[in-house]
Design a protein around this ligand. Structure first.
Ligand SMILES: O=C1O[C@H](COP(=O)(O)O)[C@@H](O)[C@H](O)[C@H]1O
Length: 261
């Protein structure tokens, strides 16, 4: 692994995890604001938005403990090729769990959903999302990869992250920033996803994984790796990567935990 190993932060439960995640997000936010007066974050769907909402919608404990939502630019780490109000939409999920609940006085983030006029053609859907990233990140022709301030990811019980699935040829993609997938083993099959080089190029990467249903795959990710997508992210990002988990998700996993300060 480059540099040090990923940080594994384990908590008793989601209620204990959420304040630590909030504090981590504020640190990433403030670093982004210092760098370019915005916080550019890509988020996943699945179980993440609920935990994210718990972290972000909590009452601030001090003046420093402030989420500057109006400075947040939220992108999607992966998205399903469905309308934004469809029950499978990652945007729809984030809206329901978080966006609709942000009090107006806290300011509102800028959201970058997929362009649903291209739903019938996943290659075009991916290309259009890549263009959006080019316009949001590129400062000239020299930009080879977008640099997100943070990628907020989940881990499926098969070790997938974004819509990058174990053993799938998409894991070898080196050119595209955003790629289509038509054969996702987890429904719905038609999706787009950030590619591995984009994910691993982010300033920071954070996974959130909770519940005993994840413990077998967490063991494999942290003990063997086995080329699982989550393990590939760990290997490529090292200490830039942090895992926020509950104890149930890492029961029996031999990997050093770090204390969250
Ligand atoms: O299909 C997806 O699954 C993963 C993992 O979801 P989880 O419910 O096991 O946390 C998610 O990160 C991804 O964004 C989503 O499209």
């Amino acid at each position: 692994m480059p540099g040090k190993q990923p940080n594994l932060f384990a908590f008793n439960d989601v209620d204990a995890l959420a304040p630590a995640l909030r504090s981590y997000l504020i640190t990433c936010q403030n670093a982004g604001l210092t760098r370019h007066e915005a916080f550019k974050v890509a988020v996943s769907g699945g179980s993440l938005p609920k935990t994210l909402a718990k972290a972000l919608l909590a009452d601030p404990k001090s003046a420093e403990d402030t989420i500057k939502f109006d400075k947040w630019e939220i992108f999607f780490a992966d998205e399903r090729a469905v309308p934004l109000d469809h029950e499978d939409s990652n945007y729809g999920l984030l809206k329901k769990e978080l966006l609709d609940k942000i009090p107006a006085e806290l300011g509102q983030p800028t959201i970058h959903p997929i362009d649903t006029q291209y739903l019938d053609d996943t290659q075009e859907l991916a290309d259009q999302y890549e263009k959006l990233l080019v316009n949001s990140f590129a400062k000239g022709d020299s930009v080879k990869l977008p640099i997100f301030d943070l990628l907020l990811l989940g881990s499926g019980p098969d070790g997938h992250t974004c819509s990058l699935f174990p053993g799938h040829p998409l894991l070898r993609e080196t050119d595209a920033w955003v790629a289509p997938i038509e054969d996702s083993p987890k429904p719905p099959p038609r999706r787009i996803t950030l590619t591995l080089p984009v994910v691993t190029h982010a300033v920071k990467v954070a996974f959130v994984a909770t519940g005993g249903g994840k413990k077998e795959i967490m063991k494999e990710i942290f003990e063997q790796g086995n080329g699982l997508p989550c393990a590939l992210v760990n290997e490529a990002t090292g200490e830039r990567c942090s895992w926020f988990v509950d104890n149930a998700a890492v029961e029996g996993v031999s990997f050093p935990r770090r204390g969250f300060l």
